[in-house]
Design a protein around this ligand. Structure first.
Ligand code: ADP
Length: 305
């Protein structure tokens, strides 16, 4: 019987995930056996002992993230859940290069992040679409900034609008579209710049349930077709299990990795699947503890188990 959800050891440091062996030992093996061993894969993203503190008004500081160790493989779909204020957005901003950690290391393809780059793109709930541009022009925008030549831009506008099923709306303005369609424009715009990594910050939180279901299907299909690496932040545990290869649960402040869950359920999945619901329930039990801590701190309530 397949185990739908595996729960590894709590708070595993990043180095425990790596499968590296000393180079010398590998060479010796090769010489002796002449068998080709796959090279250990360099993770797409790697965070080692990453902490970040914000200065507060009272000349103190708030530790938003503490000793985060995390690796994301190329093509992986990682979901991050945690109570509000646990540092999920901050973590995405670090990977996007929009903020800098106080200590530790953030690597993309083994190189330190030194600011934003076209290899990573952040999509958030507010979308940041331009109301004075048409759908096609919005999709074109990032490519223009990147200096992509016009014929190539036109071809990609066609391809990516087809991918999100919005070809017929290419000349519409943003106010003429539904919330779900706007999300798909934002997705097409992000994909058109062909980033390796999509960072998604609660992108579907404001949508109605039916639209969100459809977008889950679309995103899963697009991810399967394009094999991008996705880091998806949500407060909705079921959504995380529906979409993720792995779900990372963070603690309330300071944000740390509390636990990781490998989600081995077959795809395509659905929010209403009994296994999705069962796995989500398990994660929710762990999350509830952190939510109680956050309520206790923010509302001065007694934390309950
Ligand atoms: P989440 O996305 O999990 O809700 P955030 O990453 O937005 O959490 O924030 C983590 C913590 O850092 C919160 O307590 C928040 O109030 C604080 N914070 C976020 N941005 C700033 C900032 N620019 N200055 C000071 N504190 C901040």
């Amino acid at each position: 019987m397949t185990q739908p959800l595996r729960k590894p050891v709590t708070g595993i440091p990043a180095e425990h995930h790596t499968l590296h062996r000393p180079l010398m030992a590998r060479r010796a093996d090769l010489a002796l056996t002449a068998t080709l061993e796959p090279e250990p894969q360099i993770p797409k993203l790697s965070l080692s002992d990453v902490s970040l503190s914000y200065a507060t008004n009272s000349s103190g500081h708030l530790v938003a993230l503490k000793n985060i160790n995390l690796q994301v493989q190329s093509g992986e779909f990682l979901c991050i859940v945690g109570p509000s204020g646990c540092g999920k957005s901050t973590l995405l901003h670090l990977i996007a290069g929009l903020q800098q950690q106080t200590s530790g290391e953030v690597l993309v393809d083994n190189a330190p992040v030194q600011g934003p780059g076209t290899d990573r793109i952040l999509i958030f709930q507010e979308l940041g679409l331009f109301p004075w541009l048409t759908v096609a022009q919005n999709v074109e925008f990032g490519m223009r900034m990147k200096g992509v030549p016009k014929p190539e831009r036109d071809a990609k506008i066609r391809d990516y609008l087809r991918l999100v099923h919005l070809q017929q709306f290419k000349d519409s303005y943003i106010h003429q579209l539904s919330g779900g369609m706007r999300q798909r424009v934002a997705l097409a715009r992000a994909l058109a710049t062909e980033p390796d990594v999509l960072l998604m910050d609660e992108p579907f939180a404001a949508l109605d349930a039916q639209t969100r279901d459809l977008l889950h299907d679309e995103l899963e299909r697009i991810w399967a077709e394009t094999r991008r690496t996705i880091v998806f932040v949500t407060h909705n545990v079921r959504e995380a299990v529906r979409l993720g290869d792995r779900v990372l649960l963070m603690t309330f402040r300071p944000g740390q990795v509390k636990r990781e869950y490998q989600i081995d359920l077959p795809r395509p999945r659905h929010l209403e699947d009994v296994h999705v619901a069962g796995s989500a329930r398990e994660i929710l039990d762990d999350l509830r503890e952190e939510i109680n801590k956050s309520l206790a701190e923010e509302y001065g309530l007694e934390a309950s188990a």
